[in-house]
Each structure stands twice: as C-alpha cells, then as structure tokens.
Design a protein around this ligand. Sequence first.
Ligand SMILES: *Cc1c(COP(=O)(O)O)cnc(C)c1O
Length: 358
Amino acid sequence: MGNVHNFCAGPCLLPQEVYEQSAKAILNFENTGMSILSISHRSKEFIAVLEEARQLAIELLQLESKGYEALFLQGGASMEFLRVPYNLMRNKSAYIDTGVWSGKAIDQAKLFGDVVCVGSSAQDNYSSIPIHINQDLNEFNYLHFTSNNTIYGTQFQTMPISNSKIPIVCDMSSDIYSRVFDYDKIDLIYAGAQKNIGPAGVSLILVKPEILGKTERKIPQMLNYKEHLDKDSLYHTANVFAIYTCLLNFRWLKNQGGVAVIEEKNKAKANLFYNTIDNLDFVEGMAKPEFRSKMNAVFKFKEQAMNTIFDTLCEQANIKNVKGHRAIGGYRASMYNALSLESVQKLTDVLNHMKTLV
Ligand SMILES: *Cc1c(COP(=O)(O)O)cnc(C)c1O
C-alpha cells in the first residue's frame, strides 16, 4: 500500500502494522491455530481482547477512576442517535446543530420528546461553531453536541460553554483519540469506530452509568445501555474481528505515546495543509479559520475548471478519496491519526504545483 495516499473520510486509514496484525489473526489468532473469524465471542481468548480494548479505550483518554464504562456495540454512530434519547430523555433535551450528523441525531431525538436547538450554525452554512450557549439548560435532560463535523470540516476547539449542570452527550465519531480534550466533562461519549478507532461495524460508547435509569420508558434490550453494561458488552455476539482490530489500533496509539503525542502530529499535518491553501489564491477553505477541523479539511477551487486539473494531478500522485461529501461538494482531505505527514506533503505539493498552471 506504500505509495497510495488515502484521505478517506471513513472507513478510514489504519496503521500499516494494524493491517498486518489483523490479517495474521485471520489466519492464526495468537497461535491458537484458529482464525479470529471463527472463535467464540465467549472464549477466554476473546474475553481477554474485549477487556483489554475496553480498558485501553478508557486509559488512552485518561478516564481511569473517573467512573466510566466502555461498551463496544453494533449499529454505528447512527444507532446511538436513537439509543441516546431512548435511554436518557424523559421529556426534553437540548441539541447543538452543527451539520448533517447533528441534524440526524436531532431527528431521532424528536421521536422521544421536545428537542430544543440551543445553538446552531445553520445560518453560516455550517462553516462555524456556536460555542456559547446563553440559554438556561437546567430544565433539559441532557445537552448533545457533535465535537467534529466530518462533512463541514468544523470542530469544537473547546467544550461548549454553558453554566448549566446537566448531563452532556457527545458524538465524537471523527475526532476521538485525535486530541487532548475535556473528555471527563462529558457523561456519554459515542463514536462509530470507522473514523479514528478501527474498522466499520462497531461503535464505542463511554458512559458514566449513574446517568442511566432515569426514564420510566420501557427500553428494548438491544437498545438499553444498562442491559449491555450488565452483560459486560456481551449481550449478544460481539463484532469479534472489528473489536480485535480496534484493540490493535489502541495498542499502536499507546506505543506512539498516546493522545497528546498524536495530537502534535495531527496539528503538524493540519497546519501544513491549511497554511498551504491560505497561501494560494485559487483555493479556499470552506470552514471559518477559527473553527477548522484538524481531522477533515474541506476546500474548493474558485474556478470550476481547476477541479479537472486537480483530479488529474491527484490521480497521477496516487492521492485517493479527496472528493467532498455529496451534501456540500468541493473536496475533503481527512487526516486521521494513521495518515502520515508525507501524505499531506504530497497533497500540498499537488496544490503548490497548480500555481504554475494558472
Ligand atoms: C460518520 C459519522 C456518523 C455516522 O456514523 P455511522 O457509523 O455510519 O452510523 C455520525 N456522526 C459523525 C460525526 C460521523 O462522522
């Protein structure tokens, strides 16, 4: 895979050693003589994998001894759009609307009660982040926000600012483990694994159990966080292979030095990319500079004709998956943890080269 530069927004690039180790486990999982695809999710070998993955999920965010439990469940982040209000909403919840994904979360929450949008960047075409919540939130059951907007390329640089004390829920699908953050101020964090944790097909939920059990609603077992916690994330067949691959990626991240170290690398990649486009007058970033995401850089060319030139140069340079999301067009370079600085360099070389062609 050496010379392909894959900027895919999700499922994302993973470290080469993670691919190699997971490929090996398909043939012979840790010298058991069996494939990881064919061992029981209740075998002692897999329980050890699950427990280490749950523990590293918490440890890498420095949430040990802060009262969190980790779950690996199926259904993707979209399932959590539903599971969150099912478990937490009594009558009223507050949501911050920063784009497509938070909009989908809001639509699901509306099935369970009143949803009040207490901050929105819709009026700026989602190119910004509403950071200050001026409204009193105490009457709401929880506040929900999306830390990184994968499609619009914006990111909460800090926690939303409000002086209310209600549980906070965050969809961190596309920037969890990418940076140091106030994770411990969030009571329920969820993420589809395929952006920065592992392969598609599993999601991670980090939850403080004390926020659960406060609704009278009957919750179907598969949708009930408490049920999954009581069963140690093994209520039903777990996604064995995906969880194992997440574990390999967590081990890789720990060996890199953890989240603080990867954050510096992610900053270097994002700075290189954004400095490049800011110095070229034929290309522009679509998010306001102070809200730019370090994970997903969204940009477009001022002249339509540049698109074809860029597409051709990317093709020649083996740069893949830089097309923007169909909801907004343009281009998007996703720079998750495993993407190298060299790949970003290659992309900026292409953009700089275009200067000589206009
Ligand atoms: C991709 C994404 C989702 C949807 O994830 P699925 O696992 O496909 O359901 C939700 N939220 C954010 C922020 C995302 O980037």
